[in-house]
Ligand binder design. Structure first.
Ligand SMILES: NC(=O)C1=CN([C@@H]2O[C@H](COP(=O)(O)OP(=O)(O)OC[C@H]3O[C@@H](n4cnc5c(N)ncnc54)[C@H](OP(=O)(O)O)[C@@H]3O)[C@@H](O)[C@H]2O)C=CC1
Ligand SMILES: CCCCCCCCCCCCCCCC(=O)OCC(=O)COP(=O)(O)O
Length: 355
């Protein structure tokens, strides 16, 4: 006698046909064959589901996603190509890399800084790199000091006179600080606030009316993770970055009605001269390349994030490793724990310094 399982007609090759039938061996074989055939049914159904639903769905979604990304990329290219982009602090570090990234994207650059020679060298370097089909615009250079309001206003006037308008302002320039609050003179606090906060907001205010008039513009603030959390021995710097975050958050809300975008970027450590150039409690230059800085992200990597964030008109972006990013959440969700950690950190750092 031949046992036959109709449901498995199409999977004949995968099940056992059992001849005869009552011996223990046959029962076992029969049991195995039924079990095997159930598995085969399930497998068959799964294969059917895979070929009729899952694979087309997967390829369809992949196609839609790729198309979406392509459209995003094309929109971003169109937005950046030919746009007048002002970059402060273009002589070094992140600003210099941003200048390279936006130049490569075809933007018309205005390079700002305190050192005219360095700016001219960069403008020349970028022009020499120019693939004329991509970017025919020679960068313009403007020299001013962010801690001197008068030079900022003159610079804004010069930029508008020379280029007519500004599409994207990248407030990047800044200095950091190292010191204990008790030893730091108020002049140092003021210097850091002037450079990192009052300077950038003065430039922003000087360029804003022309953006509002055109109902077009984009303002970017390079803040820091320290605009969201405060760590010991960085009081002036962290305060200036918290103020930056607050100001540009307010600005974003106020200028949305004029179609002006505001992007705040908060990086973690970047391999630049920031720690070398930091001011200390008595106003002198710190002059040390910190381990965290040396081991940070490269400025070129962060510049690509800035380019993408601007191109995608992101409102805010955190560019940091796991620990600093977690620290931001910790500060907001478990402040007590965060404050304890910072107090321990302060004691430890003091001990290392004293020993
Ligand atoms: N490096 C890091 O770990 C991080 C940096 N950031 C932020 O990135 C931004 C860029 O710093 P970064 O590239 O790292 O540091 P750098 O020291 O390499 O560059 C700072 C830039 O700011 C300019 N600058 C400083 N003071 C003034 C001033 N008074 N007037 C005009 N320009 C000035 C400098 O110009 P000059 O050549 O004339 O000195 C330089 O171009 C800063 O806002 C910083 O806070 C944020 C998070 C982490
Ligand atoms: C559940 C686990 C949580 C783990 C969180 C531990 C918290 C540890 C504290 C980490 C502190 C990170 C500080 C990051 C600071 C930073 O990235 O600053 C960027 C800068 O602006 C650098 O400027 P600086 O002058 O300070 O070099």
């Amino acid at each position: 006698m031949q046992r036959y399982i109709p449901a498995l007609k199409s999977f004949k090759s995968e099940y056992t046909v059992v001849q005869g039938g009552n011996s223990e061996q046959n029962r076992k074989a029969c049991g195995n064959s039924i079990c095997g055939s159930r598995k085969a049914v399930q497998k068959g159904r799964f294969m059917d589901l895979t070929s009729t639903v899952i694979v087309p769905l997967l390829f369809g979604s992949l196609g839609i996603f790729s198309l979406f990304r392509l459209l995003q990329w094309m929109r971003m290219r169109a937005y950046l190509r030919g746009a007048v982009v002002v970059v402060t602090g273009a002589t070094s570090g992140l600003g210099k890399e941003c200048a390279k990234a936006f130049h490569a994207a075809g933007s018309r650059l205005v390079l700002c800084g305190r050192d005219g020679e360095k700016l001219k060298d960069l403008a020349q370097e970028l022009s020499a790199m120019t693939d004329h089909r991509k970017n025919i615009h020679k960068p313009h250079t403007v020299v001013f000091d962010l801690s001197d309001t008068k030079t900022i206003l003159n610079a804004a006037e010069e930029i508008l006179k020379h280029l007519g308008h500004v599409d994207i302002l990248i407030n990047n320039a800044g200095i950091s600080y190292r010191g204990t609050i008790v030893d730091t003179s108020l002049d140092v606090d003021k210097k850091v606030m002037e450079t990192n906060y009052f300077g950038p907001i003065a430039l922003t205010k000087a360029l804003l009316p022309s953006m509002i008039k055109r109902r077009q513009g984009h303002i970017v603030a390079i803040s820091s993770i320290q605009g969201k959390i405060s760590i010991p021995f960085r009081s002036a710097y962290a305060a200036s970055k918290h103020a930056t975050q607050a100001f540009f958050d307010c600005l974003r809300a106020e200028v949305e009605q004029y179609d002006i975008d505001v992007t705040v970027i908060s990086p973690g450590y970047i391999q630049t001269n920031l720690s070398l150039n930091a001011v200390t409690a008595d106003g002198s230059r710190y002059g040390v390349m910190d381990k965290n800085t040396a081991e940070g992200q490269t400025a070129a990597e962060v510049a690509q994030v800035v380019l993408y964030a601007v191109g995608q008109k992101k409102k805010e972006v955190l560019v940091a490793g796991l620990k600093p990013s977690l620290a931001v959440y910790l500060r907001n969700l478990f402040p007590r724990l965060f404050f304890n950690l910072m107090a321990t950190r302060a004691k430890k750092e003091r001990k290392t310094k004293d020993s």
